[in-house]
Design a protein around this ligand. Structure first.
Ligand SMILES: Cc1cc2nc3c(=O)[nH]c(=O)nc-3n(C[C@H](O)[C@H](O)[C@H](O)COP(=O)(O)OP(=O)(O)OC[C@H]3O[C@@H](n4cnc5c(N)ncnc54)[C@H](O)[C@@H]3O)c2cc1C
Length: 426
């Protein structure tokens, strides 16, 4: 590529300087780079507060604050703008005489449409940055993505390639612009909520807090060595890594977590638990690739199986849904999980599976109602993992079985035998 005089780099769900291939590509290609973050209307304005809760909004603002400080330390500034990427970026390019723009490639449909719209009007370079295994390193072309996770995993593990992490840029003093201040929660129309005393864990946005969580959970407490045994627990801060929020905003890269696991295995030994975290990161990859292959289908009621029968909802669907989301169903275990989600923005994987199964099988509601509620509430919302998991449980996804049923009473007896979790969040 010929070197350009001026370019634009737009941060999206890659709110970090380290291991950010898209940013390094842009820095390599341009003499001067304007760094930008767009508060997109589709998320923050038009449908707010229905697509993003205060928990996630706060996490993103904290992540941006951390990013701004890191950029400033390297001599650059972050330009904050409001609008739509496909309109704001070309406008900014005009203003600064930029020749091209650079972004991380996203996997989900809406984000992909934005990329297409932008590429139609200005020269755009997209770099895949979000997955553990780079799509170009898969042992098959994406359109041949295996139907089930197990087939996918086996093929990928046979030809295992994880690209090494890349160091952050040494300097950003070629990056300038007129920057705006970061908005506050209330500027964006959110109420400032206080932390609930029952929360086991405080998520703080930003790559430094994410790296601190790796240090604390993996190295200091060595929780990785027992992860496979604890990951289905429900109380406490450390039964699972809690890295999801930093991964979904891109404050952490899956490759850096992988490298930490590998270093940990050398020091403390490899076992089923250390492998299992990689296994879970592969689930995340699988859902990203599924989203790329199936585009809008993962958001549609019959998902990737339009040939399967459509289920109808009962007449009192709205009332059932209202009770479910507010933790007022007939099942205390489901209610506890839904309360934890509303109050903290997070829920364990075990909880997510149970409340999703309850909505689909017991309440007989359209799975998309639940997925949309999760989208709004989750601090770690990721379109691919969220809709992918819901689809999987609904029977319209990549599961060879037509739907997964969880007996929530049995599950409560197994995973919350003393009712400690249920009582805490009742
Ligand atoms: C209905 C439903 C909706 C979900 N929605 C989301 C979502 O919006 N965002 C999200 O990140 N995860 C989602 N998950 C997956 C999973 O529940 C969370 O990733 C996990 O609970 C986050 O906690 P953790 O970081 O402590 O996970 P850990 O158990 O420590 O796992 C480590 C990482 O592996 C990945 N991972 C683990 N399980 C899964 C999985 N089943 N699918 C995809 N990736 C996985 C995540 O990135 C996670 O951070 C959903 C699961 C279900 C059943």
């Amino acid at each position: 590529m010929n070197r350009m005089r001026i370019g634009i780099f737009c941060f999206r769900n890659d709110l970090r300087l380290h291991d950010n291939r898209a940013l390094l590509t842009a820095l390599d290609a341009c003499d001067r780079l304007h760094l930008v973050y767009v508060f997109e209307d589709r998320l923050w304005r038009e449908s707010a507060p229905h697509r993003i809760s205060t928990h996630r909004a706060r996490f993103i603002l904290e992540s941006l604050q951390c990013l701004i400080e890191q950029i400033n330390n390297l001599g650059g500034v972050l330009n904050i703008i409001y609008g739509n990427i496909e309109i704001s970026i070309p406008h900014l390019m005009d203003k600064h005489g930029a020749e091209a723009c650079f972004l991380s490639k996203e996997s989900a449909w809406e984000e992909t449409k934005t990329e297409e719209a932008l590429s139609k009007v200005v020269p755009t370079t997209l770099t895949s940055n979000a997955t553990l295994v780079h799509p170009d390193d898969l042992p098959f072309v994406l359109s041949d993505l295996p139907e089930t996770f197990t087939q996918f995993r086996k093929k990928v593990e046979k030809k295992w390639i994880v690209r090494p992490c890349m160091a952050p840029p040494k300097s950003l003093n070629s990056c300038d612009s007129t920057h705006a201040n970061l908005p506050t929660l209330s500027d964006l129309g959110f109420f400032n909520n206080t932390l609930d005393a029952r929360s086991y864990f405080t998520f703080k946005g930003g790559s430094l807090s994410g790296q601190n969580r790796i240090k604390n959970w993996l190295w200091d407490k060595q929780c990785l060595s027992t992860y496979k045994l604890t990951r289905n627990e429900m109380t406490g801060a450390d039964f699972s890594s809690r890295l999801s929020a930093w991964l979904s905003t891109g404050c952490l890269s899956p490759r850096e977590i992988y490298e930490e696991i590998k270093k940990y295995e050398i020091q403390h030994g490899a076992n089923e638990s250390t492998y299992w975290l990689i296994f879970e990161l592969l689930w995340r990859d699988f859902f990203h690739f599924l989203a790329r292959v199936h585009g809008p289908k993962i958001f549609q009621s019959r998902g990737i199986h339009p040939e399967r029968e459509k289920r109808s909802e009962p007449d009192d669907a709205e009332e059932r849904f209202h009770k479910w989301k507010n933790g007022r169903t007939n099942n205390p275990f489901v209610n506890a999980n839904m309360n934890e989600l509303r109050v903290t923005g997070w829920m364990s994987n075990r909880g997510r599976q149970n409340v999703a199964s309850y909505l689909i099988n017991n309440l007989e509601l359209d799975w998309r109602k639940g997925a949309q509620w999760f989208e709004e509430q989750l601090i770690d919302y990721d379109p691919c993992s969220n809709y992918g998991n819901w689809l999987y449980l609904s029977g319209y996804g990549n599961d060879p079985r037509p739907g997964r049923y969880f007996n929530v009473k049995k599950q409560a007896a197994t995973y919350d035998p003393q009712g400690k979790y249920t009582n805490m969040w009742s």
